[in-house]
Ligand binder design. Structure first.
Ligand code: SF4
Length: 494
């Protein structure tokens, strides 16, 4: 199954330890993210008004969030006016049940799927399987993940952790394809042969939605391969599952996002396929259309003043491709269908900070800020990360670590205390120092040296050295002369 849901099975540090050991995966990832990072930068640099577009996209999303209920009701009325049906799902379970009941009503044993992270979020494939319905992924990367009984590891390229040789072996084994090479064209042809038969024989399709325009009830999917277009036009019944934050007021608003999304995600000026559908059209395309509006924790995120900006996300994946943590650990370490920086803030919030494994995700960041710079809707991911860390820490019972930090804060808040502590540590470190470093601290401090060395405390600190200088004897021990290099700089105790 390609669908993995959003509840991590393990805390991030434990999962990351395992994925860090997979050298092949790290090589595949580094190659893929480096390539797409450079291409995205070139595509973005072409636009002189890129920053203005980001501002506009962020402001539009904020406006939608401030009036979400109004636009959702308008969307519902517009879809119904054009012959579509709207279903409201508060939870993943409700959404799964709605889709399964609709598929069953049409006697479907198989459904074809457009790549959709919201259906992965609700574990739709497993939900349908429980009713004896097989969901067939039609996006090439999703198909690879499904055939490999793997989990997606990237929002845009779910099989980013696999290379061509692995895919060739998989297609030979699972599709019976006779592939002599791992040439991309040969791999795509093998998938096409398999999928074409499914497109022609399956009557129910399930999609997600990138956007929906409230004024006309139009739903929109953007994609690169055309498989989505086949699913959206060929079957008799189309069921679209959409997070409630995807609504936009007008087509003019949509135009902004159709400019920022492709450049941020695939580094293209325009994505190859943009499909729109509004209700049903007699004699053309699916004759029954259902739109499932999914909450699944989103209204709780909306209610939070700081966390709310997370709902601006258009799932472009630019933040993943620039994240040094994601590049090294890979998507599986996040344990959710939302990996990388956006996953580190979205997953715990969707779970209302109640899941102890998801609550480790806000620490899966170096806070370098690259994700904020790359985000086309200007989500201040570092700000939300720190905010969530604070919330999670405050909710935890006092720990030994918290007490230790309090003591450290007390020691460091006064120079004489700090100096005294350094002297103490210098005297006591003797037996622990080997080759100029401390490789293993004892007792409660052992965690600090579990994965790194601590430099030995020097024989003399900078302040001690400073005081010994002749100039210091003349001008006072604690403050350097106000030279051109130091003038105006704050002098911090060392
Ligand atoms: S947080 Fe921003 S950069 Fe990351 S996927 Fe969402 S929109 Fe893209």
């Amino acid at each position: 199954m390609s669908a993995g849901g959003i509840k991590p099975a393990r805390p991030f540090p434990a999962a990351a330890r395992d994925t860090l050991g997979n050298a092949q995966m790290r090589r595949n990832l580094r190659h893929a993210t480096t390539t797409i990072r450079e291409k995205r930068q070139r595509a973005v640099d072409e636009l002189p008004n890129w920053e203005a577009l980001r501002d506009e996209a962020a402001a539009l999303k904020d406006h939608v969030m401030a009036h979400l209920s109004e636009y959702l009701l308008e969307l519902e009325a517009s879809v119904q006016a054009r012959g579509g049906q709207v279903h409201w799902a508060r939870t993943a379970q409700e959404a799964r049940s709605i889709v399964a009941a609709l598929a069953q009503r049409h006697g479907a044993q198989e459904v074809i799927k457009v790549k959709s992270i919201s259906t992965d979020e609700i574990e739709l494939n497993a939900g349908l399987a429980a009713h004896g319905i097989h969901a067939i992924e039609t996006d090439l990367a999703e198909l690879i993940v499904q055939l490999a009984e793997d989990q997606p590891s990237h929002i845009l390229v779910p099989a980013i952790h696999r290379n061509r040789a692995e895919i060739r072996e998989l297609f030979q084994r699972k599709l019976g394809a006779e592939l002599l090479t791992d040439d991309p064209k040969a791999l795509a042809d093998a998938a096409r042969t398999y999928l074409r038969e499914k497109f022609l024989s399956t009557t129910v399709a399930v999609s997600g939605a990138n956007f929906a325009v409230a004024e006309t009830g139009t739903v929109c999917v953007v994609e690169s391969e055309g498989n989505g277009r086949m699913c959206l036009t060929m079957p008799d019944v189309l069921i679209s599952v959409m997070g409630i934050e995807k609504v936009l007021p007008t087509w003019q608003d949509l135009a902004v996002f159709l400019r920022v999304l492709p450049r941020s995600s695939t580094a293209e000026r325009m994505n190859p396929y943009t499909s729109f559908w509004s209700g049903v059209t007699p004699g053309d395309g699916p004759q029954e259309f259902h739109l499932v509006l999914l909450d699944n924790g989103r209204t709780d995120v909306l209610a939070d003043d700081v966390g709310r900006q997370t709902l601006r996300c258009i799932r472009c994946s630019a933040c993943l491709n620039v994240c040094p943590v994601y590049e090294r650990t890979g998507g599986h370490a996040y344990g959710s269908v939302y990996p990388g920086p956006i996953g580190a803030i979205l997953t715990p919030q969707l779970l209302q900070l109640e899941d102890e494994n998801a609550n480790t995700l806000p620490w899966a960041s170096s806070l370098c800020g690259a994700c904020y710079d790359a985000c086309p809707v200007k989500i201040n991911i570092p700000e939300v990360l720190l905010y969530l860390r604070g919330q999670i820490s405050d909710a935890q019972p006092p720990s030994v670590q918290a007490a230790a930090f309090k003591v450290a804060a007390w020691v460091m808040s006064e120079p004489h205390r700090f100096e005294g502590a350094i002297k103490l540590a210098r005297t006591g470190q003797g037996p622990l120092v080997k080759h100029g470093a401390i490789h293993a601290l004892p007792g409660l401090l052992a965690g600090w040296t579990a994965s790194r060395d601590l430099p030995a405390f020097p024989r003399q600190t900078f302040r001690e050295w400073w005081r010994q200088r002749p100039a210091a004897q003349e001008h006072g021990p604690d403050r350097p002369e106000d030279t051109s290099e130091t003038a105006g700089n704050a002098w911090e105790p060392l």
